[in-house]
Design a protein around this ligand. Structure first.
Ligand code: DON
Length: 556
């Protein structure tokens, strides 16, 4: 029944909310965290590819030029909109735990978390999903052969490029970890030191690995030479992946979450992302208020309380839908939202300790999001990651592939926060083949007049940044304004509102403090990449987060 209802709603909204076969922008927009990746996407569009081919080019090029953020040794979520039939889907390329996963290996003898095990080396890595996503996209949605769409990444990996300051800082920050692994050391600190500006970074082994994927599809990564090299290195460094772990990896096509808010339709990431569930809960709470009628402190109070409540449920209930039963019907129901609203005090912060469930960490600049709309109105929102900078810092020699450290996104030790200060429950405990919960929230926002494609990195702050970005888009902000607006974040625990300098003026800050909020400044936010489509004028707009200078949002 629920499924029929869902199908009917999707069909109706595809008709009501533009972006269908009769509308096409006639030009394209791409926003990504790196100029070379955006250009690679346009190169593939110029060769006759569609948004899905361009997504392969952007994603694989980001693997090469931003290995600190994402890559074929990691995973991600690809949210797709196919113009031909209005179909929306989420390609889930999240990493999985290997069959030999053993939670005890992430605890020290005294029972406290072993952060080194969950963040560095082979135990930190999940089985990568990104290569299978690229292959799937080419086989099911693209117009061009995979080899063509991978060509820009292969070329750049071989020829090299000059990394910007962020890349070099990431190497400096992780020099000790990088030095532990010969494959990584050779690539990133070829002279035993952190390279200086002007250095050309080449990764010919990654070019060769991408060539094997281009020629053999999944077998080019999950079997044969690449798999052998990965398994050898994982074993040498104390991990225990098997050939079956790699050969058995599968991407999953999932129905995205799809909900309405004040005449808008939001299509967003489904579990194993927690982001869509949190977004829907937050918008359901907001739907009981007229935000435009509230003054700024009251408006922020309402939004922050919605964040607090959504994150409480995030910690408690969410995990891999193939492994855990989640009370989604309840969490996403109007009655539940009404209950949450009733618990919001009019002029006072609710202490998180009063709601029946650490430490905050700076999310830094890793993980990446890109947004694409092509000339036909196909759309892609992808958030992809190796988790923290350079993932596990383990590059199996001969592969050029940075293995992720996504295992840290599991609740490995009960009640111990992960790298983003997130707590988890049994729902997110590790198990063989299970996907770890993610905050990545690639999202489409539709109205009969405007369409937005939005997403961001930022660990747990992804969810609130996307939430604020959607509110700004609904408010009428341009792509550049959406990406630039100063941000704020609350995640239930710790019970603090994190604020980017400039987000709240002094009067607003005092008003919120008087309500009982603890407010703390936080430096790192972003890197949001947004494209929008005005259906009334048929104009596209694109912007890359101004907080870093490597990104490029472009309309062509
Ligand atoms: O999937 C997740 O939620 C995290 N692994 C994402 C990490 C991230 O966004 C780091 N970015 N700054």
């Amino acid at each position: 029944m629920r499924k029929m209802y869902f199908v009917a709603i999707v069909a109706l909204t595809a008709l009501a909310f533009g972006a269908n076969a009769t509308e096409r922008p006639g030009h394209a927009a791409i926003a990504s965290a790196h100029k070379l990746a955006t250009q690679a996407g346009f190169e593939i569009l110029a060769e006759g590819g569609n948004a899905f081919d361009a997504a392969i080019a952007v994603a694989s090029t980001l693997s090469v030029v931003e290995p600190q953020s994402s890559g074929i040794g990691g995973g991600g979520f690809f949210l797709l909109h196919r113009a031909r039939d209005g179909k929306n889907l989420m390609l889930d390329a999240r990493e999985t735990a290997p069959a030999g996963v053993d939670a005890a290996r992430y605890r020290k003898a005294d029972g406290t978390p072993d952060r080194d095990a969950s963040l560095y080396g082979p135990l930190a890595a999940g089985i990568p999903g990104e290569p299978a996503a690229l292959v799937w996209l080419a086989e099911h949605y693209g117009k061009l052969p995979l080899a063509k769409s991978l060509a820009p990444a292969i070329r750049i990996a071989g020829e090299g490029f000059q990394p910007g300051a962020g890349f070099l800082e990431a190497i400096a920050d992780h020099r000790a970890q990088i030095a532990r692994y010969p494959g990584t050391r050779k690539l990133l600190m070829p002279n035993g030191e952190v390279p200086k500006a002007g250095w050309t970074f080449r990764n010919p082994d990654l070019a060769a690995t991408l060539e094997r994927i281009a020629a053999q599809g999944n077998d080019g990564f999950y079997k044969g030479k690449t798999a052998d090299l990965i398994l050898k290195s994982v074993k040498a460094e104390g991990g225990d992946w098997t050939a079956a772990d790699l050969a058995g990896y599968k991407v999953v096509e999932r129905a995205p979450l799809d909900f309405a808010y004040r005449g808008w339709k939001i299509v967003t990431a489904a579990p194993p992302s927690s982001g869509g569930v949190a977004l829907e809960e937050m918008f359901n709470v907001l739907s009981g208020y007229d935000l435009d009628q509230l003054d700024r402190p009251q408006r922020l109070h309402t939004i922050i309380e919605a964040m607090r409540r959504a994150f409480r449920d995030h910690n408690e209930y969410l995990g891999d839908p193939d492994f855990v039963k989640m009370p989604l019907e309840t969490l996403l129901s109007p009655a539940y939202a009404a209950g949450l609203r009733a618990s919001i005090l009019p002029d006072k912060a609710t202490p998180s300790s009063m709601l029946p469930a650490t430490v905050a960490h700076d999310p830094g600049m890793h993980t990446t999001h890109f947004s694409i709309i092509d000339a036909d109105g196909n759309m892609v929102a992808t958030t992809q990651t190796v988790n923290t900078h350079f993932g596990s810092c383990l590059v199996p020699p001969g592969t050029g592939v940075f293995l992720n450290n996504e295992m840290d996104d599991f609740a490995l030790v009960p009640n111990a926060p992960n790298a983003y200060g997130l707590l988890g429950s049994k729902a997110n405990a590790p198990a063989p083949g299970k996907r770890m919960l993610s905050s990545m929230t690639p999202t489409f926002v539709f109205s009969p007049e405007r369409v937005g494609v939005i997403g961001s990195p930022g660990g747990s702050t992804i969810i609130t940044q996307v939430f604020e970005g959607i509110l700004a888009f609904m408010h009428g902000d341009t792509a550049a304004q959406i990406t630039a607006t100063p941000r704020y974040h609350h995640q239930y625990l710790p019970d603090v509102v994190y604020v980017e300098p400039g987000a709240f003026d002094a009067t607003t800050t005092s008003a919120l403090e008087a309500m009982g909020y603890k407010i703390a400044a936080r430096g790192h936010w972003g890197f949001m990449n947004v494209v929008t489509w005005d259906l009334r004028t048929n104009k596209l707009d694109a912007a890359s987060d101004p907080r870093r200078d490597t990104g490029l949002g472009e309309v062509k």
